[in-house]
Write a protein that binds this ligand. Structure first.
Ligand SMILES: [Zn+2]
Length: 732
């Protein structure tokens, strides 16, 4: 046990490290883990339960086994013969679990298919046990545990599984075929470890299987101790071949298919033994290929054109003497062949090791308890047949045994791989009465058959990946089930005891639709209320990234930002740092419009802007978070207009300040219109240091507008800077 203890200690240590990061980290990890499960191919209806298991058992590994089978086709395949799926008839089981077709229920009585109270399981029962989603809990998950060899499994773990049986920490002891007592030098766990490593099987699986089949405080089960009167000294620890009971298994374990070396005559195809040496003679028996026959004599060529052997043969416990065409029989020399599984099994060790070989070879593609019961692995080539047991509940029941054994051994948390089947068109679990409720007990008449409908479902807000829902409490409800619509179909999101939930793991700027119903669980029976359907709400988006000023002049700034592909548009706000208020400046439609010129600004002035994206669908709008304010500024004017005065008739004297860069001169302009659009005149003044001029105008007593700009002459060509501000004057 020391080794296990140290594994557990180091596990605790890892968990504690995670705990240091706090709750939010764990939530992020849960969301990440859900995403991992989705990317592995688990459908949405598996996710929540597996995330919960992962939280408790972080070392467990879940893999989807994609059957590519339609779920209902699989149910029908499993029920091709109704007697392949049996259920124990008992007072605690609802009769809806028993098949009542005309083959399975006759004269008002369920037909007993196997001793002494096993009857055919109903379609509903098979649907329940075939649907893996009904077993994604810590006790029943082990039916999906891989039976393949795993080096992490220890002998002390095996001993823990055997604890409470006569095999625990004990040397193998038994009665041989002569009735004599024998004790081996190896223990049962030695034998199981050897069986596991030789055959590539999980030693825990083998130990659990043995415990399930023959375990007890004493070796009283058939095939455990060699004391069966019909098959003394014969052992079958896995009950292989025990189709109708342990006796079948012992018969199988005592039957060898070994062949001795020798020369003889064998059929080379399927062929007929005839009464006389002619093809028109009566057929005595049809033999399969490779049947050994005893040669007696050879005929001459007959009128049918063939030469015939006279032979005798024993087939299916009957003896025949007759004729076979010589072309259908070969004389062969055979070598001795041992039994495929070293039968007869005359000691527990032989049974344990060779039984493991049998399981490994015959259930290669059925490497979980579930697959041994329900052969739905597309690689098996024998879908829905070749099943280890008829009991429809066997895999679930063995899983609970395994859980108890692991739990007692303290090894529940160690690394284990679970291979969980996934079907196409799995029943939409909204029809809970047929699929998700354990249909094991009848509803007591005194209980209500339904709960009230949930009311008042609404979204109270959202975040970038999350929508918060609340609804009114339903009296008597144990909890609620929340569904989310994906690809036009509702799938289960979660169940919760509370009347609110945060639905996480969503995409930003997207609408989602939800429904919620209540349930009540009383003594293993669950009843459901009706859904409150169709509440739709959208997620927000993060802040727009890359928001910045890309340039400016003396009266405008240029803004740009990164695109949000799902945005309907953007809103630009001017921010005032004194009042700390945002004022909407512009609404820009279209996700692709990611630049803006803000014009009409004062020169040499700081400006602050924010941006927010929005997403509008069906008349509802969702917002991204607003960015923090960015700061930018307009540039200085190149030239500042100082004064414009009229000191004499029809004249304006204009003065300006020297340009702040090395210009060639100035252009001065007047106009009778404020925007200089008509009735204007321009005058050039050469030299950077010429800072005034007097303009002639056309009319006196009229208001004129004046402005100035600098220019640079390069190779005879003038380049102008931006205009100064404007001054106006009424001319004398
Ligand atoms: Zn039936």
């Amino acid at each position: 046990m020391k080794k296990i203890l140290s594994v557990l200690l180091s596990l605790t240590f890892i968990i504690n490290i995670f705990a240091l990061f706090g709750t939010s980290t764990i939530e992020v990890q849960a969301a990440d883990y859900a995403a991992t499960l989705r990317s592995k191919g688990f459908p949405e209806s598996y996710i929540d339960d597996l995330v919960k298991l992962h939280k408790k058992y972080p070392n467990w590994i879940f893999e989807p086994l994609k059957t590519n089978l339609d779920f209902h086709a699989a149910v029908n395949g499993e029920r091709k013969n109704h007697s392949n799926q049996l259920i124990e008839k008992s007072s605690g089981t609802s009769t809806s679990m028993y098949c009542d077709c005309s083959q399975c229920k006759k004269n008002g009585q369920y037909v007993i298919q196997e001793a002494s109270n096993w009857v055919s399981a109903s379609e509903k029962a098979v649907e329940y046990y075939l649907d893996p989603r009904n077993f994604l809990n810590e006790k029943e998950i082990f039916q999906f545990e891989s039976t393949k060899y795993n080096g992490t499994q220890t002998q002390s773990g095996v001993e823990s599984i055997l604890n409470g049986t006569w095999m625990h920490n004990s040397k193998i002891s038994y009665k041989d075929t002569t009735g004599a007592s024998r004790t081996l030098t190896i223990t049962y766990s030695d034998s199981i470890m050897a069986a596991a490593s030789r055959n590539g099987m999980s030693s825990y699986y083998l130990a659990s299987k043995i415990r399930q089949e023959v375990g007890g405080t004493k070796p009283t089960a058939g095939g455990a101790s060699g004391t069966n009167k019909t098959y003394p000294g014969i052992f079958n620890y896995y009950n292989i071949g025990a189709y109708t009971g342990a006796l079948d298994g012992l018969k199988w374990a005592s039957t060898s298919n070994a062949t001795a070396a020798g020369t003889g005559y064998y059929t080379n195809c399927q062929c007929r033994v005839r009464e006389k040496a002619t093809t028109s003679s009566k057929e005595l028996v049809m033999l399969p290929a490779n049947t050994k026959v005893t040669y007696k004599s050879t005929t001459a060529k007959q009128s049918d054109g063939h030469i015939w052997y006279q032979i005798s043969v024993t087939y299916n416990n009957k003896s025949y003497t007759g004729y076979i065409r010589t072309d259908l029989v070969d004389k062969k020399t055979t070598t001795a062949k041992p039994d495929t599984y070293n039968r007869p099994w005359t000691s527990p060790h032989i049974s344990i090791v060779n039984g493991a070989k049998y399981i490994a070879q015959n259930y290669k593609t059925q490497f979980t308890g579930y697959l041994q019961k329900f052969n739905v692995n597309p690689e098996s080539g024998t879908l829905h047949t070749h099943e280890y047991m008829a009991n429809v509940a066997a895999a679930a029941s063995e899983s609970r045994t395994t859980y108890t054994a692991y739990s007692n051994a303290g090894i529940l948390g160690i690394t284990k791989t679970f291979s969980i089947p996934v079907f196409k068109n799995m029943p939409d679990d909204d029809n809970s009465s047929t699929t998700t409720n354990p249909p094991t007990t009848t509803t007591k008449p005194s209980q209500p058959t339904t709960l009230p409908c949930v009311t008042g479902l609404k979204a109270t807000g959202s975040d970038t990946k999350q929508i918060n829902l609340t609804w009114n409490k339903v009296s008597g409800a144990t909890g609620y089930r929340v569904d989310i619509m994906k690809n036009g179909k509702y799938v289960k999101y979660a169940t919760t005891k509370s009347n609110k939930i945060s639905v996480t793991g969503l995409n930003s700027f997207q609408e989602y639709t939800f429904r919620v119903k209540a349930y009540q669980t009383k003594s293993n029976n669950t009843i459901w209320g009706k859904y409150w359907v169709g509440v739709t709400y959208g997620t927000r988006a993060r802040r727009i990234s890359g928001f910045k000023a890309t340039g400016s002049n003396n009266s405008a700034v240029y803004l740009a930002w990164n695109k949000n592909t799902r945005a309907t548009g953007y809103r630009i706000y001017k921010y005032d740092p004194k009042t700390k208020k945002d004022t909407l400046y512009k609404d820009i439609k279209g996700a692709n419009n990611t630049t803006l010129k803000v014009s009409g600004l004062k020169n040499n002035t700081k400006y602050y802007f924010k941006i927010q994206a929005y997403y509008t669908v069906n008349g509802r709008t969702y917002w991204s978070y607003r960015t923090n304010a960015i700061t930018t500024a307009t540039k200085y004017n190149m030239v500042t207009l100082n004064s414009a005065k009229s000191n004499s008739k029809k004249k304006i004297t204009v003065k300006w300040n020297k340009a702040i860069y090395n210009c060639s001169g100035y252009q001065v302009m007047w106009s009778t219109t404020k925007n200089f659009s008509s009735n204007y005149l321009t005058v050039n003044v050469n030299g950077r240091n010429s800072l005034s001029t007097t303009l002639n105008t056309a009319q006196s007593g009229k208001r004129y507008y004046v402005r100035v700009r600098a220019y640079k002459t390069v190779n005879g060509k003038k380049t102008y800077c931006s205009w100064s501000g404007v001054k106006s004057v009424v001319v004398k």
